[in-house]
Design a protein around this ligand. Sequence first.
Ligand code: GRG
Length: 269
Amino acid sequence: MKTNITVDYIDEILKQNMPKTHDKVLSAMEYSLNSGGKRFRPMLLLSTAKAVGNFVNEGAKKLAAALEFVHTYSLIHDDLPCMDNDDFRRGKRSCHMQFGEASAVLAGDALLNLAFETVLAGPLSNKRYQAACVFLFKMSGIHGLVHGQSLDLFTETTTVEQATEVALNKTGTLIRAALVCGALVGGATDEEVSVFDNIACKIGICYQVIDDLLDSEKCEKSFLDVFSRRELREYAEKLSDEIKAACDRLPYDLTYIKEFCDANLSRQK
Ligand code: GRG
């Protein structure tokens, strides 16, 4: 089966997994989910599942939707006054500015819960799918995203190692979920899954490096705390080369990862 993995294709999968009721909180969820995100995490997950397993299976679709739900929840909560206090996201009013703080908190909670509901409606008897679900939610919690946010909010960044740890957890964890879940449901061997995980860690760091270079009002924790702009650009180029070399060591066509690296190096937002 030929599948073209586009933003429209992903939007359709997300729509299929959204509740069909009417509710103010649901409107807030939909507002943030459909406000122009690049969808690159589900794109990486589905492309990996397809590269490894030759087609996009049902488990991959459930995991891709759940991953975007977790990502959207994290952005809504990150923008809240008690966290990063951002009035805008993707050039539009952030969720709490549009719907009020209580609705935004609940929209984030509901999206995280919806991620669970979504994967629980998938092929649970499949061991690889089970492992992928466990990994996705491990990466979303205190072993991943929440730990990254905690480091971002409550610690100092004075060394390259500290900046890398923040980036790996805040940005890298959901990218790890994308590649590892895709590889698992595609049927990769355990050894190959580890290589995908390593590639994902580097993509996560590299994505954050470019984010920091693009962020004109340097955010609280940034690689610019420990690197000059020129050093940081060189670091991103070095990481991209390493990622591409690692892709060549796997027996799959991973052109989409190489293209993602190039697009990341030249992205403007
Ligand atoms: C609230 C638990 C919790 C975590 C928040 C998402 C996050 C952690 C912080 C936001 C700030 C930040 C720079 C995070 C790094 C991850 C990142 C670059 C998010 C933006 O992802 P994109 O570029 O956004 O994929 P779009 O808009 O395309 O979805």
